[in-house]
Design a protein around this ligand. Structure first.
Ligand code: MN
Length: 254
């Protein structure tokens, strides 16, 4: 029987991870190891400055005082009896597209699994409010079945974004590189002190009408599947930089 580990960054009580656990249950044993509270935008952060505790909160459900990456490490090294066949992170409340991939705790949960040689997918529902995870959970169950039959090579993950309210098709995409503006909302607390709240424009500037990016696919009503890799080396710069190596060598610097 297949073993599937679930994690997320919205916390163990989020509706996204609950629907996912239900929809995947026919594929094998589903074990949820997720943060005890929301950890969105925590990226692949690790908790190093305090102890990590966890609680069993149901059958095969564990709540962890830590980040998504902490959860995966704790699950693999302590909670799970053996290595899972697949890790799914999500379903996130809101998209993880373009530049946001760098901030995402959802994507980082999948990346942490890849770092340990386990295939993984991050799944997000592209919506800002009124989340209904059922369709995305059904889609993820299909995808998970495929991944169990045809595993990804080591070091790769899938970043999946499902549009809300029905989808027209499935596109394999690349990460969008259009700039997206961060916003700082300034206000005052009841005692008159200023505070700032980070926000973001809903879409990147200059988004093209068509193309193969993740944003464009989701805006067109399609599920976006972007393959991502652990190795971030920019090979296209290597040959140019090799000439720098000579220029920067100790002999040349003296
Ligand atoms: Mn989140």
């Amino acid at each position: 029987m297949a073993a599937i580990l679930l994690t997320n960054d919205d916390g163990i009580h989020s509706a996204g991870i609950t629907s996912l656990a239900r929809s995947l249950s026919h594929l094998g044993q589903v074990i949820t190891v997720a943060p005890d509270r929301e950890r969105s935008a925590s990226s692949q952060a690790l908790t190093l400055w305090r102890p990590i505790r966890y609680q069993e909160v149901g059958v095969d459900r564990y709540s962890v005082e830590g980040t998504p990456a902490d959860c995966v490490i704790l699950a693999l090294n302590h909670i799970l009896p053996e290595r899972p066949d697949l890790v799914i992170s999500g379903i996130n409340r809101g998209s993880n597209l373009g530049h946001d991939i760098a901030y995402s705790g959802t994507v980082a949960g999948a990346m942490e699994a890849a770092r340990h040689g386990i295939q993984a997918a991050a799944v997000s529902l592209a919506r800002r409010a009124e989340f209904d995870f059922e369709e995305a959970a059904q889609f993820t169950a299909h995808l998970a079945g495929q991944l169990l039959n045809k595993p990804l090579p080591p070091g790769f993950i899938l970043n999946v974004n499902v549009p809300a309210g029905g989808w027209q098709g499935v596109r394999v995409t690349r990460q969008d590189t259009c700039p997206i503006d961060n916003l700082i909302v300034e206000s005052r607390d009841p005692r008159g002190r200023k505070y700032f709240w980070l926000d973001q424009e809903p879409e990147p500037r200059d988004l093209p009408a068509d193309g193969d990016s993740d944003y464009v696919a989701v805006r067109s009503g399609c599920v976006s599947i972007t393959p991502l890799k652990l190795d971030q080396t920019a090979l296209e710069l290597s040959s140019e930089l090799k000439s720098w190596a000579e220029f920067l060598s100790p002999a040349a610097c003296r």
